[in-house]
Design a protein around this ligand. Structure first.
Ligand SMILES: Nc1nc2c(ncn2[C@@H]2O[C@H](COP(=O)(O)OP(=O)(O)OP(=O)(O)O)[C@@H](O)[C@H]2O)c(=O)[nH]1
Ligand SMILES: [Mg+2]
Length: 428
């Protein structure tokens, strides 16, 4: 089975906890603080490996958790940072944040790296909390939780050339005679249900990758038929080969076919129309094909090269392949979607800058529910077994404005406030 889209869960390692410890040396009866910081949690990192061709491996493993940092130790020893978790992906993998649906990475080059989930920083040990007024603090932070998220990986085939057209016009037949690929061929619609790739070599030694796509029909861009889920595969091709059944075996008008398919491509993504096209007039071995071709040429008032061929008798194939190779040489790579690149910046910006401080909602029984990334993180980094840590947490909430906000929502002394799985009593 051809896997080209998969949803996975990634989590960076949590930071190690900071330590509360004091120096115990001979002749120093009450030593100063000596609790070390925790180590950083590992990142989950995608690395492009050109040896991979599919997302098949992700069928079996869908959870990726990087290890946590080591806890801080006494004598001011810093816990060890955890190793990153390296996950190999094939070239052409697009990473989409499952929540925002934004493209966060477009991985094409061998060796390219992308941190998909950051590990948390280590919690600070008590040494770091010492001040003139509190030289021996009994306070340490827990490690910062690692970032976690669901992402969808999409593999867009890295083909140079895409074959498009109505069903049964002969796309798979063409691919099968110009490459070693063995796509299924039959005289019913949608014989091809997943894209096939083939490496084509011209007689003068040039080569390129050609993708045979499932047939498109009118309305494909709106999700009618099989076509649209595969349209995204041609977003990366540099040249589009538009295959037309010139024998008009099914009674359609070849020129109408041409117009309808182009309209589909345009509706799906305007930028597809920037790709140069080559028209393949197929099935020229059939009766009336020549006649249809002449009519087609008369109606066509664009400057698009037409190659009459027969995929079955192989007539015209050689010239077609030369023309495709020539066109590839003069066609630059298309910069991938400027709007998506912009989205990448937006998301990165969001991750770094924008942590909603908190939200307050109410349960049916009147309990106040506190939530929000920032406040939950502070909570997880608090060591509730130490009174000083708890007091610090209370101060942090106050400075974030949580107390005021609760009061404004009508909270009174003794009301229950919930955060994650814990309940607190509101004290005014
Ligand atoms: N006479 C003739 N028949 C052809 C030619 N090319 C393809 N065919 C026939 O047309 C039918 C459809 O061919 P396919 O290659 O499966 O068509 P397709 O465009 O891949 O179709 P879908 O995968 O359904 O979109 C088959 O019966 C082929 O044998 C040709 O040049 N001449
Ligand atoms: Mg086919």
């Amino acid at each position: 089975m051809f896997v080209d889209q998969v949803k996975i869960y990634v989590k960076g390692g949590d930071g190690g906890n900071g330590m509360v410890a004091f120096r115990r040396e001979k002749y120093v009866p009450k030593g100063g603080p000596a609790g070390g910081d925790g180590g950083k949690g590992g990142d989950v990192v995608f690395v492009v490996d050109e040896g991979l061709r599919t997302l098949m491996d992700f069928r079996y493993q869908r959870h990726f958790k990087a290890p946590r940092g080591e806890h801080g130790m006494s004598k001011n020893q810093h816990g060890k940072n955890a190793e990153d978790l390296i996950v190999k992906v094939p070239p052409g993998t697009v990473v989409i944040d499952d929540e925002t649906k934004e493209v966060i990475a477009d991985l094409t080059e061998h060796g390219q790296r992308f941190v998909v989930a950051k590990g948390g920083r280590g919690g600070r040990g008590n040494t770091r909390f010492a001040t003139a007024s509190n030289p021996a603090p009994e306070i340490a932070e827990n490690g910062e939780p690692g970032q976690e998220r669901y992402v969808t990986l999409e593999l867009k085939l890295l083909a140079d050339v895409g074959l498009v057209g109505f069903p049964s016009v002969g796309k798979s037949t063409l691919l099968s005679v110009v490459s070693a690929a063995k796509p299924k061929i039959a005289d019913y619609h949608f014989t091809t249900i997943v894209p096939n790739l083939g490496v084509v070599e011209t007689e003068d030694g040039r080569s390129f990758v050609m993708a045979d796509l499932p047939g498109l029909i009118e309305g494909a861009h709106q999700g009618v038929g099989l076509g649209h889920q595969f349209l995204r595969h041609i977003e990366r091709t540099r040249v589009i080969v538009h295959v037309i059944d010139m024998a008009a075996i099914e009674g359609r008008d070849p020129y109408e076919d041409y117009v309808v398919i182009n309209e589909e491509l345009k509706q799906y993504n305007l930028r597809l129309t920037e790709r140069p096209q080559i028209i393949v007039a197929n099935k020229m071995d059939m009766p009336h094909a020549e006649e249809h071709l002449q009519q087609f040429k008369q109606k066509l008032n664009e400057d698009v090269p037409i190659f009459p061929i027969s995929a079955v008798t192989r007539q015209g194939i050689r010239e077609l392949l030369f023309a495709i190779a020539d066109l590839l040489e003069t066609t630059p790579e298309f910069p991938l979607y400027p709007q998506e690149e912009e989205a990448i910046h937006r998301v990165v910006y969001k991750l770094e800058k924008e942590e909603a401080p908190f939200h307050i909602t109410r349960d049916d029984d009147g309990t106040f529910i506190l939530s929000g990334e920032k406040i939950e993180k502070l909570f997880k980094m608090t060591d509730f077994s130490r009174e000083e840590s708890v007091r610090r947490f209370a101060r942090q909430l106050r400075s974030l404005g949580v107390d005021d906000a609760l009061r404004a929502r009508g909270a009174k002394d003794g009301d229950i406030v919930k955060l994650l799985n814990y309940e607190f009593e509101f004290v005014d």
